[in-house]
Design a protein around this ligand. Structure first.
Ligand code: GDP
Length: 138
C-alpha cells in the first residue's frame, strides 16, 4: 500500500475562491504536501489525463470543463493515502457525498465536483508523474 496520492482542485473550485479552504481541510486531515502546482490544462493535456473516460458520453464536457480555468495539482502523503483521501473528498456526485466531505462542502454538481482524487496506488503514481518532474517533488 502506497502512502501517496494525487489530487487536483478543479476549475469550479479555484474560480469560486475555495482553493485556500480546500488545501486547509486537506492539511488538517493529516495529509502533507509533497508537490504543488498552479496551472491550466490544454485540451490535449486534459484529454490525455482523462483518456480512461474517452468512451463515456460526458468525455467532451469533462475535457472542456477541466480546461475552463486554472487548477491546483498536488501530490499528498499520509498513511493509507489513496483510500483516506477518497473518503475525505466524498462521492463523485456531491448530492450523494457525506456531510463534511470536500465535495459536499464545495462542489456544484457531478460534473463540477471541486476535486480529483486518485482511485488506486497505480493511478496515483501515473497521475503524479503526469504533472511533476523529480525536481518538483519532495
Ligand atoms: P471520480 O473518480 O469520483 O472523480 O469519478 P469518475 O472517475 O467516475 O469521473 C471522473 C470525473 O468525470 C468526475 O470527477 C466528474 O468531474 C466527471 N463526471 C463524472 N460523471 C459525469 C457526468 O455524468 N457528467 C459530466 N459532465 N461529468 C461527469
Amino acid at each position: 500500500m502506497s502512502n501517496r496520492t494525487f489530487t487536483m482542485i478543479k476549475p469550479d473550485a479555484t474560480s469560486k475562491g475555495y482553493t485556500g479552504a480546500i488545501l486547509d481541510q486537506i492539511i488538517k486531515s493529516g495529509f502533507s504536501i509533497k508537490a504543488l502546482k498552479w496551472t491550466k490544462l490544454t485540451p490535449s493535456q486534459a484529454g490525455e489525463f482523462y483518456a480512461v473516460h474517452s468512451e463515456r458520453a460526458f468525455y467532451g464536457e469533462l475535457v472542456e470543463y477541466m480546461c475552463s480555468g486554472p487548477i491546483i495539482a498536488a501530490i499528498l502523503e499520509k498513511e493509507n493515502a489513496v483510500s483516506d483521501f477518497r473518503k475525505l473528498i466524498g462521492a463523485t456526485n456531491p448530492a450523494n457525498a457525506e456531510e463534511g466531505t470536500i465535495r459536499k462542502k464545495f462542489a456544484t454538481s457531478i460534473a463540477e465536483n471541486a476535486v480529483h482524487g486518485s482511485d488506486s496506488d497505480e493511478n496515483a503514481t501515473i497521475e503524479g508523474d503526469f504533472f511533476f518532474s523529480k525536481l518538483e517533488r519532495f
